[in-house]
Design a protein around this ligand. Structure first.
Ligand code: NDP
Ligand code: MG
Length: 422
């Protein structure tokens, strides 16, 4: 398989300017004596809340100019009252009216509505950096809007890259947008490669993504058949939204992250390994051709990765718990149980089959996870639903975001039919 070009300009092979001209030059602009202006998409989610905690630790460095939620207007109103951005966005007109009623007297921001509102907020001229933290395929269009507008994009919404890595790369090349990975593994790779982002960059041999193994790392196959939503939402190390928590339990999260890594770094799937590391302290590693392994270690707290993106190329101080190595005593690694957790292999299969297959994979996963959370599918039906969707998908050319979203809708319908027929 020919390596795909990378979204990030950190290379898989030596080049003279690994970070590309867009990176440092565009980022130094925001350092020129004024706070960096942030738009936060998915403000009311787990990443959104963590992002605001990081910004609140550095009030002199950040100004929040846009906050977007979907339905949780109570939390959005609290966040808006604290940070006073001039623009807010929610999913529907009804939510917008409810939000307006909750805002403090005398504070009257513009309230944008729906996908078009999110895209407008992502592209607003007043923003330097957009944190893309909407969950699922709904994050694609606003992410593309931020990239097309040439923003610094701190990308948590990994589904965007799974759906449309090529479109994002092309848009970034056209606009000069800078994409910084928030996902802890890819952020770790980015940090580890930071030292190697020099003209004499050694060759990268492989990327090693670490996985916690989720709550069912040691659960028998029979036990997996009996997993309930409450069990799947109870992640041992990370506190996250419901969809990614289930993805972590099925190992689909790692599958999506393999695709994300291949598309960010332009490496073929054979050069991206997964290793289970239950302590979640080593967040990923880069293996170089001289046998060196460059790793990033830290507490399992997304504020570390978020802060690296918000501050880049500077580092921010952060009041997260420090890792106590002596108390930890050991860091362990093991191979993933791929036969019992088929989602990882299904993601690799989709990646190898072509761009539209990863759209089908993602849509099938989103529907299956949603039905599992509603107790209408069993835990092990999730990989079955995805396998059925991939089997039924013969591949198609996706010229633009509309084509991607059209395929996404069709596959969702097929998977819902498949689930009803069970
Ligand atoms: P959450 O479920 O906690 O939050 C999701 C956010 O998206 C909420 O703000 C929600 O709004 C909003 N949202 C939901 N549906 C829509 C929609 N249709 N349109 C617009 N906004 C919508 O998710 P997380 O914060 O856990 O994850 C966000 C993204 O970051 C995901 O792509 C995930 O894979 C990625 N990520 C998350 C990590 C984590 O630790 N949580 C780690 C690495 C990546 P509301 O609540 O108002 O309905
Ligand atoms: Mg991750």
């Amino acid at each position: 398989m020919t390596p795909t070009p990378a979204v990030l300009s950190v290379p898989a092979r030596p080049v003279s300017d690994p970070c590309g001209p867009g990176y440092i030059s565009s980022l130094t602009v925001a350092d020129a004596g004024r706070p960096r202006r942030l738009v936060l998409l998915g403000a009311t989610g787990s990443i959104g809340v963590s992002t605001l905690k990081v910004a609140a630790e550095h009030p002199e460095s950040y100004r929040i100019v846009g906050l977007a939620g979907a339905v949780n207007v109570t939390l959005l109103a609290e966040q808006a009252a604290a940070f006073r951005p001039p623009v807010l966005a929610v999913l529907t007109g009804e939510r917008a009216a409810a939000l307006a009623r909750l805002l403090p007297a005398g504070y009257r921001p513009d309230i944008l509505v729906g996908p078009a509102g999110y895209a407008a907020m992502a592209a607003m001229a007043e923003a330097d950096l957009v944190v893309s933290a909407i969950v699922g395929a709904a994050g694609l269009l606003p992410t593309l809007a931020a990239v097309a507008a040439g923003k610094i994009v701190a990308l948590a919404n990994k589904e965007s890259l799974v759906l449309a890595g090529d479109l994002i790369r092309t848009a970034a090349a056209g606009s000069g947008a800078v994409i910084l990975p928030v996902d802890s593994e890819h952020n770790a790779l980015f940090q580890a490669l930071g030292g190697a982002a020099l003209p004499d960059l050694p060759l990268v041999e492989r990327l090693v993504l670490t996985a916690s193994g989720g709550p069912f790392r040691a659960t028998s196959r029979a036990g997996l058949e009996a997993v309930t939503p409450a069990m799947a939402l109870n992640h041992p190390n990370w506190s996250m939204g419901p969809k990614i928590s289930v993805d972590s339990a099925t190992l689909m999260n790692k599958g999506l992250e393999v695709i994300e890594a291949c598309r960010l770094y332009g490496l073929p799937v054979a050069q991206v390994d997964v290793v289970v590391h239950p302590q979640s302290i080593v967040h990923s590693l880069v293996q170089l051709h001289d046998g060196s392994l460059l790793a990033h270690l830290g507490p399992p707290d997304m504020r570390v990765a978020i802060a690296y993106c918000l501050g880049y190329p500077r580092r921010l101080s952060l009041s997260v718990p420090r890792v106590d190595l002596v108390k930890l005593a050991s860091l362990t690694f093991e191979a993933p149980r791929e036969e019992d957790f088929p989602c990882l292999g299904l993601a690799r299969q989709a990646l190898g089959s072509g761009a539209s297959h990863t759209v089908a994979l993602n849509a099938a996963n989103e529907v299956a996870v949603d039905l599992f959370l509603k107790e209408r599918l069993a835990f092990m039906d999730i990989p079955a639903a995805i396998a059925a969707a991939l089997d039924a998908h013969s591949g198609e050319t996706l010229a633009d975001a509309d084509a991607v979203m059209d395929l996404d809708v069709r596959v969702r319908r097929e998977v819902a039919d498949w689930a009803r027929a069970r």
